[in-house]
Design a protein around this ligand. Structure first.
Ligand code: PLP
Length: 393
């Protein structure tokens, strides 16, 4: 089919929940994407922080193909080897004890919310527990996840949401303390806010939240769906803050494009028992084979160290650009999750970048969000900077 026909066909039947760019992506190779007209793009979006390994990683592709030929789905009424292995790897990597596999990030958040409520319910048998979430956070689009997402615009038309959610200021410990009471069952935060505009938590904030949770037997939930899986230079971002949460959510890069997420918890708060929660697809052999292959590639390619090195280089280059260009008002981020805040609208810059063969995406607050495949090299950073510089001019 021709490019125009595909776009028209899609617009003719897909629910219009996205304003899509007029590009039909066809295939990928390394850190480059190709559209249906054969045009090549350097990819600094990675399908929104998903394609950690980039495109065409042979070990990953082969593992997935082998699993397709063997068995794709079992339901959770039976065991399967890929899920057992992926769970064991994830607990080892996170310092958590238990894993529940989901099909998306938002479902991982739903599970984490249910776990926190059940944990508190087991203690006092009350049904009025509260969750403290952060302003400018993003946790997903399903009703529970939307309820803890600190964005009034996303929430308003869908009210009433789930009750008992309070919002504190990110990086303001006093604002969290002011909301804590004997009904509080969890505090949820992204160690590095993604969608909200690339805001890293301060060490004092993360450690302070940990302390509040310890003192009050409240569960600390770290949403690592975007900032986890090596993106900031450690397997999970909270690991750079010297703390361990009680619950961790992960997704995006976990399956390198396959729909798999998870919430993990410590044994001490593993409050969900048979009948409390479930998923038909969750943790099926295909997506878990993908997750296993991803985790194997992280080891084989020593990806976290690679991210540290290339991330530092990206940081240096974006700092230089920030100093050079008046329209750039701030630069923030960690590893290969960084953002540039602009004083001008971004639509022109993003479209111009596409014209020049670069894919970049935005985050809230006029921020260009850089979340490339984790396998990106310094030369790709140089190539991106050269194109971006032209776009800004
Ligand atoms: C993307 C994202 C989610 C939602 O994940 P989906 O897979 O889109 O449901 C939740 N939390 C954070 C931090 C995210 O970046």
């Amino acid at each position: 089919m021709k490019t125009q026909e595909i776009m028209q066909m899609a617009e003719g039947s897909l629910l219009h929940t996205y304003n899509r760019y007029p590009i039909v992506l066809d295939h990928g190779e390394g850190v480059y994407l190709y559209d249906t007209d054969g045009k090549k793009y350097l990819d600094f979006a990675a399908g929104i922080a998903v394609f950690g390994l980039g495109y065409g990683n042979e070990g990953f592709n082969q593992a997935v193909k082998d699993q397709i030929d063997k068995l794709v789905h079992t339901s959770n009424l039976f065991y399967n080897e890929p899920a057992a292995k992926a769970a064991a790897k994830l607990t080892a990597l996170t310092g958590m004890d238990r894993v529940f596999f989901t099909n998306s990030g938002t479902e991982a958040i739903e599970g984490a919310i249910k776990l926190a409520r059940k944990y508190a319910y087991n203690k006092d048998k009350k049904t009025d527990h509260e969750i403290i979430a952060m302003k400018h956070s993003f946790h997903g689009r399903s009703m529970g996840a939307l309820s803890v997402t600190g964005n009034e615009k996303y929430q308003e038309p869908f009210k009433p949401l789930i009750g008992g959610v309070q919002f504190a200021e990110f990086n303001n410990l006093e604002s969290v303390k002011a909301l804590v009471n004997d009904r509080t069952c969890a505090i949820i935060l992204e160690p590095l806010q993604g969608e909200g505009g690339i805001y890293p938590a301060t060490e004092a904030f993360i450690q302070g939240v940990r302390q509040i949770c310890d003192e009050n037997d409240i569960l600390m939930i770290c949403d690592e769906i975007q900032c986890g899986m090596g993106r900031t230079g450690s397997m999970y971002c909270y690991q750079q803050y010297g703390i361990r949460p009680d619950v961790v959510t992960t997704a995006k890069a976990l399956g390198n494009g396959f729909p798999v997420g998870a919430f993990l918890c410590r044994e001490s708060c593993a409050a969900l028992v048979p009948g409390d929660h479930g998923s038909t697809y969750g943790g099926n052999p295909l997506v878990c084979a993908a997750a296993n292959a991803v985790l194997d590639q992280f080891e084989a390619l020593n990806l976290t160290d690679h991210v540290k090195e290339v991330g530092a280089y990206l940081y240096e280059k974006l700092e230089e650009l920030t100093k050079e260009k008046k329209t750039i008002t701030a630069h923030r981020g960690m590893g290969l999750m960084q953002g540039l805040e602009f004083s001008v609208p971004l639509a022109g810059i993003i479209t111009k970048a596409q014209e020049l063969g670069l894919i970049i995406i935005s985050a809230s607050g006029n921020v260009i969000r850089f979340v490339p495949p984790l396998v990106i090299e310094k030369e790709h950073v140089d190539e991106m900077i050269a194109i971006l510089t032209q776009c800004i001019e």
